[in-house]
Design a protein around this ligand. Structure first.
Ligand code: GLA
Length: 390
């Protein structure tokens, strides 16, 4: 049964009414890692794994939220005081409701059934997909028309404030704005974006390491602080800068002395990664996949050695990928400390690539490796018919 039919039936069984169904995709980032919260550039694509939300109205001012993945049902009043984090799976959905109301969007009571199919802990933005699917479901069912970029901001703030994860805007933005067969180049300061076609001759192959190291969220927030520290130090000699986005390589080298070694390394990654996104976008536009793949390789090395967010499993997965025929580029994707790699692979080689890498990874680590062969998918939408859900 496809995602829509199954969730509709379960919603009927649970709430005794016909729901509307919305879905929002996860994402993979081709290049531009940890640059979003530095006002920089990213190049993600939505992928065909979704969070599905079935929703129906209630007469009272409550949200009743069920999930196909978790047993307990959550009930909250739509008043500001009762919309608090509970440190459970429902925080992403409740956080979005709280943020919508905080920003002046009055919500109606609703029953929600959530089904997430984006692999959790794989660095493919399962949390953003829940936030975005909930946000469009609640907004539309409450008769609110909210610009998608604004919705992305609302979902990001929900995650910052409710889940305590100081993420940037990339994941929520691509989940809302993704376009089939295109990556999206986003300027995370102006929030202007452009679509970059992905040639039919390649596939995005995602290889999941199956590990998520515990330190991930804490280290993520720490990286963000280290970047902020670098900006504070550099601003003493470069008073016009607001973020690492405003610093170029020459300035960084010239003023290296004002930075701690760690801050310098983090800043160097960001400065060069931003360059790689801009150059990489041009390479993709020109069909120069080999060049794009080199930027991916440089990005991985930089994330490993300068930004220090990779791990042994990710490094191994990249090494195994690079030994395969038909691969243009391989790197870790997302926040790091486990999760998945993204590989740009010749379409004709993709199936063999996925099989060989998974086998070699399992032989080396004893951990099963899930692989996904993808092309970019459409962003979040209401699902009008069963056809669209397939
Ligand atoms: C996570 C965050 C994003 C981004 C990436 C790293 O996915 O949610 O905002 O910072 O890590 O590029």
């Amino acid at each position: 049964m496809n995602g829509q039919n199954s969730i509709v039936e379960k919603f009927r069984a649970k709430f005794g009414a016909n729901p509307h169904v919305y879905r929002a995709p996860g994402r993979v980032n081709l290049i531009g890692e940890h640059t979003d919260y530095n006002d920089g550039f990213v190049l993600p694509a939505a992928i065909g794994f979704y969070c599905w939300v079935a929703v129906g109205p209630r007469q009272d001012r409550k949200l009743v939220i069920s999930s196909e993945e978790f047993p307990e049902q959550i009930e909250v009043e739509l008043s500001a005081e009762s919309l608090r984090p509970s440190r459970t799976w429902s925080d992403y959905a409740v956080g979005v409701a709280a943020q919508l109301q905080k920003e002046g969007f009055g919500l109606s009571g609703a029953n929600l059934l959530i089904h997430g199919e984006v692999p959790i802990g794989a660095g493919l933005s399962s949390s953003a997909s829940i936030e975005v699917a909930t946000a469009i479901a609640l907004a539309e069912e409450s008769g609110l028309s909210i610009d998608r970029t604004r919705l992305a901001r609302i979902c990001q703030r929900a995650e910052n404030e409710f889940a305590g994860m100081r993420c940037g805007i990339m994941d929520q933005f691509i989940s809302l704005h993704g376009r089939a067969n295109h990556a999206l180049m986003l300027d995370c300061r102006s929030l202007q974006f452009e679509f970059v076609p992905i040639p039919e001759s390649v596939r995005l192959v995602i290889c999941n390491t199956g590990v998520k190291h515990k330190l991930a969220d804490g280290e993520y927030n720490r990286r963000r602080e280290e970047c902020e520290e670098a900006v504070r130090s550099l601003a003493k000699v470069l008073p016009n800068i607001r973020a690492l986005r405003d610093v170029n390589k020459e300035q960084l080298e010239q003023h290296r002395g004002v930075l701690s070694e760690i801050a310098y390394q983090r800043a160097l990654h960001i400065v060069k990664e931003n360059e790689r996104v801009l150059n990489g976008k041009e390479a993709l536009r020109n069909g120069d996949l080999r060049q794009f793949g080199e930027y991916m390789a440089e990005s991985h090395v930089s994330l490993r050695d300068l930004f220090e967010v990779s791990c042994a499993e990710l490094d191994l997965m990249v090494e195994l990928a690079n030994a395969e025929p038909g691969v243009y580029g391989a790197r870790m994707t997302g926040g790091g400390f486990g999760g998945a790699t993204i590989n740009l692979v010749d379409a004709r080689c993709a199936a063999g690539f996925a099989e060989n890498v998974a086998k070699a990874y399992e032989e080396n680590t004893g951990i099963a490796c899930a692989t996904y062969i993808c092309m970019p998918a459409e962003g979040a939408s209401r699902v009008e018919s069963a056809e669209q859900a397939r």
